[in-house]
Design a protein around this ligand. Sequence first.
Ligand code: ADP
Ligand code: GLC
Length: 493
Amino acid sequence: MAKPFSILFVASEIYPIAKTGGVADVAFGLPLALRDLEHDVRVMLPKYGAISERKNRIHEINRLKDIPIVVGDTQELATVKSSSIVNTRTKVQAYMTTNNHYFDSKWGLYSDPETGLEYEDNDERFIFFARSVIQTCLLLGWFPNVVHCNDWHTAIVPMYMKAMYPDKFKNTKVVFTIHNVSNQGVFPFKETFRKTGFAENFAEDVKHKNKFNFMKAGLLYADHITTVSDTYAKELLADTELTNGLNAILKKRKDVFTPIVNGIDTTIWTPDKDKLITKRYTVDSLEKKADNKEALVEKFELEFKPETPVIAMVSRLVEQKGFSLLKQASEKLFAEDVQLLILGEGDKDIEDVLKALMKRYPDKLSVKIGFDEPLSHLMEAGADMYLMPSLFEPCGLNQLYSFAYGAVPIVRATGGLIDTVKEFDDKTKKGNGFLFNKFEAGDMLKAIRKALETYKDQDVWQHVVRNGMKEDHSWGNSSKKYEEIYRKLLLSA
Ligand code: ADP
Ligand code: GLC
């Protein structure tokens, strides 16, 4: 076996400690899969107020107490504590940056749960976090072979490593993964730049369109850039609007830009072992899925009708996820024999739209506002279909969970959804879902109707369900691709 690498995986959210979306799942499943490949992997994230010390068995580390960190004119103390993430096979150590002002006193990850507004000091919070990552390595005397950063919240870490501590990190390679280019960490330039502590000659590296742009630092300073699906990589290179012009950097760095599709942790997301669902099942005992459907529909307080197809959505309530189409399509959609169950939280306007629709179609639509991990599992287990009408979707994890649980995905053909969902063909009986192209209510309705029609012939429907369930979307393949990137970087060092 080749020599194992030491890897520090840095993210702003990691399941189950802190999660708002798919990054948390990736920052859980991928490090554990890399650990399974024998590497020394550790992860690091901030300890937000909502994270319980007791539940996560968080404890102090002697060498990492009260570390002074300068942010602009102020100095705050970081105490880095230790916890771990585990699945049924493996365990990985998690470092967590604690500080009352930036994290503990704030319940939400990025925004105030009461108002829905982003915290005004998010620039400071993630500068502070980035510097705590560097200090942790310095104080531990641990300079990993690879530091792997994710999205804008951690994108400035490579710049601190290379612009401020080039000698210390001379043997460390940095990988930066774009999970979502639509959030770049954009702030007023002057104020935020001053808070970073970088010398003036570094200003251009974080300036984009006269604003401070965290993601730009990641794209410039990483040794290798990845993103989470082939099609999204193409979209990123080609689309100036989607990338807010950052595609110019990606084009220049094309040789070190690689797409790797996300996997799922199959020790957690598998219907035959899932403790969060009503009845466990496999592809050979699909009849048990009906018990989950009944439990789910009852939980959403609709009348259970075994023959009526149930469509589920579990999602951050943001424009990206296509809720505007749902509103436009509602009249025609709810004229069909169908029940739609939605679990989500986020944008207050979208919450209001969904609540109003629920009032109008009380027998057909039920919405739960909130974040509910156990319920998200039951939704995959109980639903017949799963809807993702995304405007864009870098990878998407719910369609992958849906395959595993036999909930047939109906998705818009964009990003990672194109790469993973294949249109069902009635003649060949191949395909695992239904797609539509245009971001239009009419096109979405066509795809939903095709799914509803197919569902009527249960013999045919079983093919779609089984095709998805039989696929392998575990981290096995993708984690090896990351390993290969690390290996090449370290060989070239
Ligand atoms: P994104 O990262 O853009 O939100 P993904 O499809 O990659 O989209 O991942 C979303 C993840 O977040 C899934 O694990 C999904 O089940 C979970 N999720 C989203 N909203 C909720 C919610 N309200 N309650 C529970 N889980 C949620
Ligand atoms: C982002 C994307 C989503 C992707 C996830 C994990 O939040 O919106 O498509 O699956 O990151 O990579």
